[in-house]
Design a protein around this ligand. Structure first.
Ligand code: C2E
Ligand code: MG
Ligand code: MG
Length: 581
């Protein structure tokens, strides 16, 4: 008797293995999100997993096991590609492939699919089976597209942002590599938009930005590209236009369009813009390079800043002269910052004297900049820049502290004990909220008697900032600090403010003193100022006395004090110390 038992168990084992692997396959194809298919070539039977069927919107029983169910649903534009790959695999020319195609869903829409296929061979190497997996890329692509949109579009206005604008410039330069082409960039910035946000609230501010974006779009052609670069700044790329003046004309049209007030939530708000214009021919680079386009954008931004500086609500075409000026300005701005850090400033002192006997009554501290390359620079050449950049504030406090320290040092010598130090202060410093506290602290820390400090401020600066300046002035008066009105007579409303400002001294501007001998009118003005000082019981110092005749004339007019080259130029602290005696 032949024992069949082991043979039977081997067969069973094989059957069992097969069953297990089928179950595993079924389970796997259930859980993975890909649709699986398996094509038996000898029987032309193509089995689809449940997931595959649901990817096109059908249930388990609704799709038959044949290739037609798949191929009829492939988009006509993709079918040839898919068939070619399948045939090559079948013929053994390739052993696997991966393609993307669109597949028709039951809802009538195409879904984007990626299919990976592998050929299975028998022992003789003949292809007997194709198996594959299909992934639905639609959602993935949609999410990616949405993400991309969010990354490179502005959330508020839905316009391209700076990044996308730059990408578009790059694409354009690639497209136009061969041709010489014209392009222009407009850079727009809303004027005083901060004030609008401040006065009407951010919500209205946002709605204005959206409205402006729509109005800008209405001024442009479909091929023009509008972007929001950030904040209240927009850019427009103009291509294929006729005539060099076209970008400037469009800029004017935009300004015209925006000249009617925008109506939002019962408000009627007028928003003006400053526009900078740069075109291909204002560049120094070859016209069809990426850099040329990027430089053009930068130039348009520079021109926009220039338009702002020239009074806003206007447009300005970029000129390289402007560029050089700005370059120069930023360079010296950096220099100025460095000067503060590296302590390149120093003080000169000019004596203030009693005219009758030329006795020194005090000194005016005058700043100088010891520039490592440019030598000694006068305040007239850097104070305006320091004011414009706000650097005047730290510089100004440095001046005050150094001048006080110097005075305390001089006062250790008894000859200097009754002298005062005069320090120039700008309106910006004076109108800082804690100016009074800062000055009080400097006095305490240096140990200078407040009565020996005189602060010089010009009348126009006092008047422009009167509301902010008054509390500081009162605080200083209570400390005993003296105030001097500098360059008196050059401002506009000298008289009206004299009675409400507790100044101690007027300094007659040197232009009057120097014109006094030749110009009767100037002489009359000097006489009037002297009378005025008498009426208001103020001290009077005449600036810029250069000749003995001027000094004699001033004495004759009862002016007691003066300052000028006749007595001494501003000098360094060592020389000033010798003038004490
Ligand atoms: P200022 O306060 O009116 O100073 C007087 C200016 O007149 C000084 O010029 C001085 O050198 C000049 N000066 C004095 N006597 C004569 C003269 O007889 N003839 C001529 N031609 N000029 C004379 P400087 O030092 O160049 O200062 C110019 C201006 O810069 C100052 O005018 C002041 O407004 C400003 N300044 C100087 N130092 C400082 C400072 O530390 N802080 C601030 N904020 N401004 C300063
Ligand atoms: Mg002065
Ligand atoms: Mg002056």
């Amino acid at each position: 008797m032949i024992d069949l038992a082991p043979q039977k168990s081997a067969e069973d084992k094989l059957r069992q293995d097969l069953q297990e692997s089928k179950t595993k396959y079924a389970l796997t194809s259930e859980v993975i999100s890909d649709g699986i298919w398996s094509w038996d070539l000898s029987s032309d039977r193509l089995e689809y997993s449940t997931r595959w069927k649901s990817m096109v919107g059908y249930g388990e029983q609704e799709i038959k096991n044949n290739p037609v169910e798949w191929l009829v649903r492939v988009h006509p534009a993709d079918i040839e590609k898919l068939k070619r790959h399948l045939t090559e695999c079948w013929q053994g020319k390739i052993d696997r492939f991966e393609v993307e195609y669109s597949l028709l869903h039951r809802d009538g829409q195409y879904r984007l699919m990626r299919c990976k296929c592998i050929a299975v061979t028998d022992l003789a190497g003949e292809v007997i089976h194709l198996i594959g997996a299909q992934t639905d890329l639609t959602q993935d692509r949609q999410i990616k597209a949405r993400l991309n949109y969010q990354v490179d579009h502005d959330r508020l206005t839905k316009l391209p942002n700076r990044q996308l604008f730059i990408e578009k410039l790059q694409k354009l330069s690639e497209l136009e590599q061969q041709a010489n082409y014209d392009f222009g960039i407009l850079c727009l910035d809303l004027d005083r938009f901060k004030n609008i946000n401040h006065n009407f609230g951010d919500d209205i501010g946002d709605r204005i930005l959206v409205e402006i974006a729509r109005q800008l779009e209405s001024c442009l052609r479909p091929q023009d590209i509008l972007a929001r670069l950030g904040g209240d700044e927009f850019a427009i790329l103009l291509t294929s236009f006729v005539g060099q003046e076209r970008p400037a004309e469009i800029a004017s049209q935009i300004q015209q369009q925006l000249s009617t007030p925008i109506k939002i939530a019962n408000y009627s708000i007028l928003v003006s813009t400053s526009i900078g214009i740069a075109t291909a021919d204002t560049n120094c680079l070859p016209p069809n390079s990426v850099n040329a386009l990027l430089q053009c954008l930068q130039n348009a931004e520079l021109a926009m800043h220039q338009a702002k500086a020239m009074g806003k609500a206007r447009n300005q075409v970029f000129e390289s002269r402007l560029y050089l000026q700005t370059l120069e300005k930023t360079r010296s701005e950096d220099d100025l910052r460095k000067a503060l850090e590296q302590e390149q400033f120093l003080l000169y002192y000019q004596p203030l004297v009693q005219l009758i006997d030329q006795q020194v009554i005090g000194f005016e501290a005058l700043i100088r900049w010891q520039h490592p390359m440019r030598g000694l620079i006068s305040p007239g050449d850097f104070i305006p820049l320091a004011e414009a950049t706000g650097l005047i504030i730290p510089i100004g406090w440095w001046v005050l502290r150094s001048a006080c320290e110097q005075m305390v040092q001089w006062q250790q010598n008894s000859a200097a004990q009754s002298l005062f130090i005069s320090v120039n202060i700008t309106g910006k410093q004076f109108s800082q909220p804690y100016a009074g506290d800062i000055i009080a602290q400097i006095l305490t820390e240096t140990g200078l008697n407040p009565k020996c400090l005189k602060l010089e401020i010009t009348e126009s600066e006092i008047i422009e900032n009167i509301a902010l300046v008054l509390p500081t002035v009162e605080r200083l008066k209570s400390l005993g600090v003296q105030l001097s009105m500098d360059d008196f007579g050059t401002g506009y409303s000298s008289l009206s403010y004299l009675h409400c400002l507790p100044v101690d001294t007027l300094k007659i501007d040197r232009s009057f003193i120097q014109g006094m001998e030749s110009d009767r009118h100037q002489l009359e003005l000097v006489k009037t100022i002297i009378k005025l000082a008498e009426v208001f019981e103020l001290d009077l110092i005449a600036e810029g006395i250069e000749t003995p005749t001027q000094c004699a004339k001033l004495l004759e007019l009862q002016c007691k004090y003066g300052q000028g080259y006749l007595f001494s130029q501003p000098v360094n602290s060592a020389i000033a110390a010798t003038l004490l005696h």
